[in-house]
Ligand binder design. Structure first.
Ligand code: NAP
Length: 386
């Protein structure tokens, strides 16, 4: 039986967002910002706890710690969003090469963009920016532009090699830290207790932040062991270095185990989700009261493939929108948070304006009924392939 960890602190400042189909979720949502008020009364984490102890462990481990973090193998794995433990690559490189484009600086925020805000759910903005395959100056520019447009949720990972750039963009922005939701992830090879603590600290240093809003287990592979790994995440949460615990790429079975053993609540599971991969089983499981885990959709526009789905094209025409916007609006109707990656200004804007697209019941039912399936991120060693 599931333990059902308490999440009252997450709930107190938030709206409830169990969205039904076509229910105009956006209209019911609170503007982003209000939900953070309570959580941020907490101070910066103490320096005397496990993090400090692990800092000395890190320096005594020296090169071992460094090579564990940034070896070639890790870089190669993260370049394909795959668990580091696997050797096989699934032919995604071509697709991913296409994602490297440069952002142009935004000149001005137009009225349409300014009129839109992201709803929040239990303290998490339901719309965010993915940053996989963004690096250096282009990353700084895209994140800065996104924040200027109104994006408040930024998703990165130690494996993306861009936490510095994300941190620079945050530092350059005019938005207060407490109004941003920053999430990062620990790579599979660093998921033993000690390295979780050390690597979280290193991520904070690179980001230039005192805390992250959510820290994810990137993949339940490599050194992941439910109790050991999640105990370290719980310790980080108690110390104030992270606000929420996330997992990623967890199946129902792995999530059930995690919820059961975790000393602190599991807030979210980040998985691939879009109209061509609807994750119905996970949605149903996460919605149970004793589970109560948010879904965060990665690759939410299937890296552009939603453009080719007839149903989405037709619904888009009806709403004077684009298929990508319709796919993102459908996720919102499901109560799922979406983190599309976009580096070009046009894509950033188009995706942001999906927040203004209101689907009706018929649209949602039509998308629910799509039978074609496509999984973009599908490494051989992923848990669903085991
Ligand atoms: N936890 C995990 O294991 C995991 C796995 C994969 C992804 N993620 C996270 O999820 C984020 C998003 O996923 P993703 O990057 O895989 O895929 P995605 O967001 O579905 O697609 C990104 C690609 O689509 C393009 N694009 C953006 N907006 C578009 C639009 N409106 N119309 C057409 N094309 C558009 C982007 O181009 P431009 O860049 O040129 O604008 C980019 O090439 C990642 O960046 C990462 O933060 C996590």
């Amino acid at each position: 039986m599931l333990r059902g960890a308490t999440q009252a602190d997450d709930r107190q400042a938030d709206q409830q967002t169990q969205s039904g189909s076509g229910g105009g979720f956006l209209a019911r949502a609170l503007p982003f910002g209000i939900a953070f008020a309570v959580g941020f009364l907490l101070g910066r984490r103490s320096d005397g706890g496990a993090l400090s102890k692990l800092k000395s462990l890190a320096s005594s481990e020296g090169e071992a710690g460094e090579s564990n973090e940034a070896g070639d193998e890790t870089a190669a794995d993260s370049a394909t969003e795959q668990p580091s433990s696997m050797g096989s690559v699934t032919g995604e490189e071509e697709r991913e090469a296409e994602t490297e484009t440069e952002a142009e600086p935004i000149e001005e925020i137009d009225d349409e963009v300014a009129a839109v805000t992201s709803p929040t759910k239990r303290g998490m903005p339901m719309f965010g920016l993915g940053t996989y395959k963004m690096d250096d100056d282009a990353c700084v520019e895209s994140v800065r532009t996104a924040i200027e447009m109104g994006y408040r949720h930024i998703d990165t990972a130690e494996g993306y090699d861009n936490e510095d750039a994300v941190g620079d963009a945050i530092a350059e922005s005019d938005v207060d830290r407490e109004d941003l939701f920053v999430a990062t992830k620990i790579s599979p090879e660093n998921l033993d207790y000690d390295h979780v603590l050390m690597n979280a600290e290193e991520s904070l240093d690179r980001l230039g932040l005192d805390y992250v809003d959510m820290l994810y287990v990137h993949w339940p592979t490599g050194e992941y062991e439910a109790t050991d790994t999640l105990d370290a995440f719980a310790e980080l949460r108690r110390e104030g270095a992270i606000r929420k615990i996330g997992v990623s790429n967890f199946t129902v079975e792995l999530l059930e185990e995690a919820v059961e053993v975790a000393e602190e609540p599991i807030f979210a599971n980040q998985v691939e989700m879009h109209p061509l991969l609807q994750q119905t089983e996970l949605q149903q499981f996460c919605a149970q009261d004793e589970v109560d885990v948010e879904l965060v959709a990665y690759s939410p526009i299937a890296r552009g493939d939603v453009d080719d789905v007839d149903e989405l094209r037709e619904i888009a025409e009806k709403h004077d929108a684009t298929p990508a916007q319709v796919g993102l609006a459908w996720l919102r109707e499901k109560g799922v948070t979406a983190i599309p990656k976009a580096s070009s200004r046009d894509h950033l804007r188009e995706n942001w304006l999906s927040l203004a697209v209101e689907l009706d019941d018929e649209d949602v039912e039509r998308i629910d009924a799509i039978e074609d399936e496509e999984r973009i991120v599908d490494p051989a060693s992923a848990p669903w392939n085991a």
